[in-house]
Write a protein that binds this ligand. Sequence first.
Ligand SMILES: NC(=O)C1=CN([C@@H]2O[C@H](COP(=O)(O)OP(=O)(O)OC[C@H]3O[C@@H](n4cnc5c(N)ncnc54)[C@H](O)[C@@H]3O)[C@@H](O)[C@H]2O)C=CC1
Ligand SMILES: O=C(O)C1=N[C@H](C(=O)O)C[C@H](O)C1
Length: 267
Amino acid sequence: MSNQLQLAVHGAAGRMGQRVVALAAEDSDIEIVAAIEHSENRLLGNDAGLIAGISALDISLTDAWPNYAAVVIDFSLPVAADGCIANCVAAKIPLVMATTGLTEIQKQSLEEASKSIPIVFAPSMSMAVNLTMKLTQQITETLKGVPGGLDIEILERHHRFKADAPSGTAIKFGELIAEKMDGDVKHVHGREGETGQRTRGEIGYHAIRVGDNPGEHTIVFGMMGERIEMNVAASNRDCYASGAIVAAKWLQDKPAGLYNMFDVLGL
Ligand SMILES: NC(=O)C1=CN([C@@H]2O[C@H](COP(=O)(O)OP(=O)(O)OC[C@H]3O[C@@H](n4cnc5c(N)ncnc54)[C@H](O)[C@@H]3O)[C@@H](O)[C@H]2O)C=CC1
Ligand SMILES: O=C(O)C1=N[C@H](C(=O)O)C[C@H](O)C1
């Protein structure tokens, strides 16, 4: 059908890429036009649907970029981000950049790329996570002057295979919370040795890697005599994959620019 959204998935054989392929294949508004992977991936040439654990789609895993796609969803790795960005800019294809762990230079190249193509860039495509981000900003704004002080710690739990720490989501939680705090903020990643007592302007980060946890974040707001814990947890990866597909569709009528999931979700 010509009016389907022609989607290319970058990192298509990965944990996330497989879920994007599977959910997109169920969506009658989407036509998967390319399932792109690393040139050394041993699954190149295999059917992307079978790799994703669904029926064959007659789309072979490839390392070649399509001549045309309406949008690229990237769930690859930081090492692949530069090529992805460059190909999307060259072909003027809108991009959903979901990969985390990008360097500052790579984030700058995303900014530059967004001058010519529309990009959604977010460390979590989950609606629940992005709503929780907004709620934690409200809690920080409300409690930051509480008598006795407010201590904020961010715990994130992920599967044993995750290659970056802390999660991009935890880093984004910290950035958003820091925007609402007064004075200088010190981001403290883990604690060991004679640290001395906690200072007021700290945000602590703790990365837990266990089993097959698809992603869980707990923001602890500690006060003298009580605390609030905001917990958001995925039970599988489809919250991220479906969020990325929503973002891909949202991008279709947008001008060049750098957008996030708050823009997509209207938060
Ligand atoms: N924004 C979000 O909502 C979410 C983001 N993520 C992020 O997505 C990324 C991928 O996560 P997973 O799927 O668990 O990892 P994964 O390791 O299972 O998948 C990454 C895929 O990228 C492929 N890849 C590596 N280099 C490539 C290249 N040069 N060209 C094309 N493909 C290449 C790998 O072969 C692999 O199949 C991570 O950065 C993770 O943090 C994960 C879940 C949700
Ligand atoms: O690697 C993962 O799995 C996830 N990574 C993202 C992150 O680093 O924030 C999003 C989600 O937490 C799952």
